[in-house]
Write a protein that binds this ligand. Structure first.
Ligand SMILES: Nc1ncnc2c1ncn2[C@@H]1O[C@H](COP(=O)(O)OP(=O)(O)O)[C@@H](O)[C@H]1O
Ligand SMILES: O=C(CO)[C@@H](O)[C@H](O)COP(=O)(O)O
Length: 474
């Protein structure tokens, strides 16, 4: 019975699961928090991974380990492999002007967007690594001069697990490479000309591995024993792999980010920029829409109302669908889809009738879900078929989210049992590496619950009328 470990190094925390490679049975798990903020010293992720792995009983008895991580974060290393500055995360919007500049330099407007969609599958927004490289080159030239290599959070953690074997030892996978802005899912190759255009010179980048290729072995200091390292992947690609998303399935993940994605056989190239044309962890593609505001909208609403998350859900469910016209536009951290990096949130429709905790709770849940429903529309416009939505992430633990989602999405919503599906996807990749074979092991997800409800189109209509009515941050 070989064991495998899967790691989810996401925005708010690190989770480790240890599973039986053949059956997928969960044996042990651990977690540790990450620091707040949109720039983080990668060393904090390393410490969190080590303590989550310790809580999970250590890695000494596993045959393989894979790391899934928050996408896009810019980890810059010098010649000696030292981190040059804290990593800028996917939700750091300071590179919004750099994104606009890169589109302008490629022809501007629709032509510039088309160029990027064709070259890399996605139109750059502030989240993408390439925009952060441009920001660094322009705003911190002394730090930029020290950079010898750039990689992503999961690449760096995999490299640390291997014992930090020099810059030539950096490895990544198709899924995470596709979120950099300098790798093409359609051709499966880097566009280092674009990296150079953005940063001003070439950098070492990780070698891109196939889905079941090994990135080396676990360092002895971690209990090594010859355990293989998987290539790892981005957290959304890992979630799709973890829940075993198939044709007609759209995964909606409500974590720090809100993401809407499906597994596709052909690469996407949405010139509007709404859908990012990523690659997945199985060798296929992962068209994806991402919002900056998801589970933390519920956290913020609970704080405003002075209640816990369970009480927030009860309040939301006690108000009518549509909250009698109270609408929350949830751009609390600016927004990525639509591309409004400076936007702030807003509440519309306040009357004496709607000025109650229940109405505000309902408006928060509906506003967050409506932004994701817009993402669902963008995904179907790119050819995705939606038979059902699979709901995952911390926000899926909310009873209100589970029950209101089918009203807003207009299709059945299935919720797997509360679990760590990103870490599970990483573990399944590790099992594929450990066991070999042309296809990954089949792990069954048991105990899925289905939620169905009559769609309530008025909720989306009132949100559509309100979503543009927001102020930019000053
Ligand atoms: N019962 C719940 N109701 C609503 N939100 C919840 C609940 N439990 C956890 N969350 C939220 O889930 C979020 C963390 O989700 P997670 O998917 O782990 O995020 P990430 O992967 O971005 O680190 C937190 O913002 C937390 O408040
Ligand atoms: O930027 C994206 C997807 O493009 C985000 O989904 C990040 O990958 C962070 O994920 P979470 O920590 O919210 O799960």
């Amino acid at each position: 019975m070989p064991l495998v470990a899967g790691v989810d190094s996401s925005t708010q925390s690190c989770k480790v699961v240890i599973r039986d490679a053949e059956t997928g049975t969960l044996l042990r798990q651990g977690r540790a928090p990450h620091p707040d903020g949109t720039e983080v010293d990668p060393e904090a992720w390393w410490q969190a991974l080590r303590s989550a792995a310790d809580e999970a009983g250590g890695l000494a008895d596993v045959a393989a380990v894979s790391v899934a991580g928050q996408q896009h974060g810019m980890v810059c290393l010098d010649e000696a492999g030292r981190v040059v500055r804290p990593a800028l995360l996917w939700n750091d919007t300071r590179s919004a002007d750099a994104a606009a500049d890169l589109i302008e330099e490629a022809g501007g407007g629709a032509a510039g967007s088309r160029f990027w969609a064709e070259a890399t599958g996605s139109v750059p927004v502030a989240s993408f690594t390439i925009t952060k490289l441009r920001w660094l080159a322009r705003h911190e030239p002394e730090q930029a001069a020290r950079v010898a290599a750039v990689c992503l959070p999961h690449d760096w953690l995999t490299w640390r697990l291997a014992g930090a074997p020099g810059l030539a030892g950096l490895r990544t996978d198709r899924g995470d490479a596709s979120g950099t802005g300098y790798w093409s899912p359609a051709t499966g190759s880097y566009r280092l000309d674009l990296l150079e255009r953005a940063f001003g010179r070439q950098l070492v980048v990780p070698e891109v591995l196939g889905p079941a290729e090994s990135a080396g072995t676990l360092a002895d200091e971690l209990g090594g024993g010859g355990a293989l390292l998987g290539a790892g992947t981005g957290d959304n690609a890992a979630a799709a792999f973890g829940v075993g998303a198939g044709p007609g399935d759209v995964v909606v993940s409500i974590g720090t980010s809100g993401t809407v994605f499906s597994v596709a056989d052909v690469p996407a190239g949405d010139e509007s920029g709404a859908v990012a044309g990523f690659a997945d962890a199985s060798g296929r593609f992962l068209p994806l829409v991402c919002t900056l505001n998801a589970a933390r909208v519920l956290d913020a609403a609970a704080t405003m109302l002075g209640v816990g998350l369970d009480e927030l859900a009860e309040l939301a469910l006690s108000a009518p669908a549509g909250a009698d016209g109270l609408v929350m536009v949830p751009y609390l951290e600016g927004e990525r889809t639509p591309n409004r990096p400076l936007a702030t949130g807003a509440v519309h429709g306040l009357t004496l009738r709607t000025s109650t905790p229940a109405h505000l709770a309902r408006a928060a849940v509906e506003g967050m879900l409506c932004a994701l429903a817009d993402g669902l529309d963008a995904l179907t416009a790119q050819g995705a078929t939606v038979r059902r939505v699979i709901l995952v992430g911390g926000g899926a633990r909310s009873a209100a989210v589970r029950r209101i989602a089918p009203q807003v999405f207009g299709c059945p919503v299935v919720v797997p049992p509360a679990g760590e599906y990103v870490a599970d996807g990483a573990a399944r990749q590790a099992a594929w590496v450990a066991l070999g074979g042309a296809t990954p092991p089949q792990w069954e997800v048991k105990g899925t619950e289905e939620y169905a409800a009559e769609p309530v189109p008025a909720v989306r209509e009132q949100y559509a009328a309100a979503r543009g009515l927001v102020l930019d941050r000053r």
